[in-house]
Design a protein around this ligand. Structure first.
Ligand SMILES: O=c1nc[nH]c2c1ncn2[C@H]1C[C@H](O)[C@@H](COP(=O)(O)OP(=O)(O)OP(=O)(O)O)O1
Ligand SMILES: [Mg+2]
Length: 194
């Protein structure tokens, strides 16, 4: 029997990646938007607290198991910023274009362009689940000033993987999922659910 699962996210890029990643795992996946779940508050300073809050919120409003993702790009020369604040780095309303512009500007005076993507996933079986399942993943790269590629979302046009000679926006979806922070975290999470 396939189990219904709510994806506790409104981010179209994440939803597309999760649909690909979860298609093989036997869940019937529904985005929280299908159930008119509004965006949850993300008031915390850690990825895990924000992800847990998003998962509980979606599960409470739908009565179904929920999976949430809190993720971001952490830049070493900026002390890990924007990190947990990646989505709203350049203020409200959220804008990938303005976030990328600000990231390039803030890094201009720094020689060290190294960064990593980080993702925490939290799965709850029900809203008050006392044993949320948690997994994370990390993906190292460097920030480049010139945008490259049309795939992915968010910071992908500026997140360069030296080993591949490409930005993550230049990767095919299956290649990004095989390597990404989100792909790593999801495989670890699925292992824990077995
Ligand atoms: O693979 C990625 N490729 C590019 N950028 C990425 C990636 N993964 C996270 N990011 C960036 C996008 C956003 O600026 C922030 C996530 O913020 P985050 O709050 O977790 O998501 P969100 O507000 O867009 O949607 P939601 O909270 O509904 O899941 O990190
Ligand atoms: Mg968010």
């Amino acid at each position: 029997m396939t189990q219904k699962l709510i994806l506790a996210s409104n981010n179209a890029g994440k939803l597309k990646e999760f649909n690909e990643l979860l298609s093989t795992v036997g869940f019937e996946v529904h985005a929280q938007g299908e159930y008119d779940v509004p965006e949850a508050e993300e008031p915390y300073f850690t990825f895990v607290e924000n992800a847990l809050t998003k998962a509980r919120h979606a599960s409470r409003l739908t009565g179904l198991p929920a999976l949430a993702d809190d993720s971001g790009v952490c830049v070493n020369a900026l002390g890990g910023a924007p990190g947990v604040f990646s989505a709203r780095f350049a203020g409200e309303p959220k804008s990938d274009a303005r976030n990328n512009e600000k990231l390039i500007a803030d890094l201009a005076a720094h020689d060290d362009k190294s960064a990593y993507y980080y993702c925490v996933l939290v799965f709850v079986r029900h809203a008050d689940d006392p044993q949320p399942v948690i997994a994370d993943g990390r993906w190292n790269g460097v920030i480049v000033p010139e945008a490259r590629g049309a795939g992915g979302f968010g910071y992908d046009p500026h997140f360069f993987i030296p080993e591949l000679g490409k930005c993550t926006a230049e990767l095919a979806p299956e290649e990004k999922n095989r390597l990404s922070h989100r792909g790593q975290a999801l495989r670890a999470l699925v292992d824990k659910l077995k």
